[in-house]
Design a protein around this ligand. Sequence first.
Ligand code: SF4
Length: 413
Amino acid sequence: MVDYSDLKNIPKKDTPFCTLPWVHLATHPIGSVTPCCITEMKNGVSTAATATDDNEHLFLSKDSLEDIANSKKFNQLRKDMVEGRYSSLCQKCYKYEKGNSFSKRYESNIKFAKHIEDCFKNTNPDGSLKTIDYKYIELRLGTVCNVKCITCNPFSSNRWNQDVKSLKGTEFEKDYFKLDVKNEWYRDLNFYDELYEKCGLLEEVWINGGEPTLIKEHGYFLEKFINDGRSKNINLHYSLNCTQFPDKFLELWSHFKNVKIHLSIDDLEERNYYIRYPSDWNQIMSSFDKILKYREIFTLEVCQTVSALNIFNIDNFKKFTLKHNLTVAHNYVHYPNHMQVNLIPEHMKKGILDNVKHLTEHEVQRLKIELFKPFEEKEVERFHSFIKIMDKTRNLNIEEYLPEWKGVIYNNR
Ligand code: SF4
């Protein structure tokens, strides 16, 4: 538990204030905007209502950033925070804090502590902002992607749209349906012009997709900061699928202050093909070798999405990252819950723990927690049934790629 009592200027734990609704925005594939990436989406923010009409939704494709940032829901959230009320939109943070865990709110209040006083000064009585000046932005640039990872869905990869038909009429139908992003707001240079105007003192940019290297237009936004000489003050973070690193982007990134690149790779060789379907391992390795040449100027970290499908090889994968002298972040899947690691058979769990050679003690602790989380037998059936449907759809057989599953899912054949 972090002790905040000695941190000057930071609203204490028992106030609901968070800097992000003032200094930050997070975009989403369909063009909706939230104060941060974990704001409660069910109740939406930019998609919830305009200032005058609860039924009209605001999107980047048709509305200005000014209108979105000062919309009814955004204003109410800031007003609630200033006046000491806990908003349902931020329940994720408040829930973590109740459990004495570190929250995004705490982290952000520390990170942007020097702006807190200005947040209050910059707020009108109705919660709207007098001036919009983002310090930190997170851009999810649509769903355009060249892979359809089995742990993913159509809301993050448009290639997944090809597979949703086969889930129609099944128990998975409500979680996987076609998402067509009709208006490609992330390709509109006017959007980047407008955003640039509101980023006078920008400190940090996070860029995600889909796969952002497929959205060349965002390079136009980065170039603006290179041309005005401010890129050297801005930290850049990317999550990339490691299938390509276009030279044009490598050159642009080299102008920024600190560049951190999260390389999303989930497993090795044919295993990775099955999980991050249909990625080509040779192509990934050639991109990987290319980016490693920049390790002196960019910070590189492998981000492994850990699911029931790659958990058996987690130690071997760690060996691969150690061989390349890279750190790895384990991002355990909790959604979709039919992909969670606790659903694998007991003999596999034992096999994994009996053969740990490369994971740290801390990583093993986390692994044990995830492996032994309670589950219901019907969740295992759901996992097996999902794999059977996806194998049929993609004309694959899990046993050929992930041999530890031989005789487990297709045990009746
Ligand atoms: S309190 Fe939490 S959910 Fe709300 S804006 Fe801040 S970080 Fe996001």
